[in-house]
Design a binder for this molecule. Structure first.
Ligand SMILES: [Zn+2]
Length: 131
């Protein structure tokens, strides 16, 4: 894949989104590349833009209410098919082995990462997410 355009939050707390070109990266084990069809705007996205949240990835591609189609998959991805329609939730990654994860309460996982906040989100043409 070639480079693609995305909005990127470049400054902490200035509330501005800037158009930028991002170099595509290779998808890794268990990752799915989503061609974004639409991404909603939530109050949390505004908190990200305003720099109100701690541990914010910088620069970040905000947006976590994502729908799109599977463009490519890394090794180990078996639940999706290329071209399949998907939605991407706020909770982007968990360890899968801690007590919270094993109890089905992944949102409390100490290793949890959230899309559009700690990992890049859907205000972009493509979004790379953990399966
Ligand atoms: Zn966990």
């Amino acid at each position: 894949m070639s480079n693609y355009c995305a909005t990127v939050l470049a400054g902490l707390g200035d509330g501005l989104l800037r158009l930028a070109t991002r170099l595509s990266s290779e998808h890794k084990l268990g990752e799915v590349l989503i061609e974004v069809a639409a991404c909603g705007v939530c109050r949390t996205d505004l908190h990200v833009a305003d720099g109100d949240l701690k541990d914010l990835k910088q620069p970040i591609f905000p947006g976590y209410e994502i729908v799109g189609r599977v463009a490519a998959m890394g090794e180990g991805v078996e639940e999706f098919q290329a071209g399949g329609r998907v939605e991407v939730p706020w909770l982007g990654y968990t360890c899968g082995i801690c007590g919270f994860c094993r109890d089905g309460r992944e949102n409390l996982c100490p290793s949890a990462q959230f899309i559009g906040y700690q990992t890049d989100g859907g205000y972009a043409e493509y979004c790379l997410v953990d399966q």
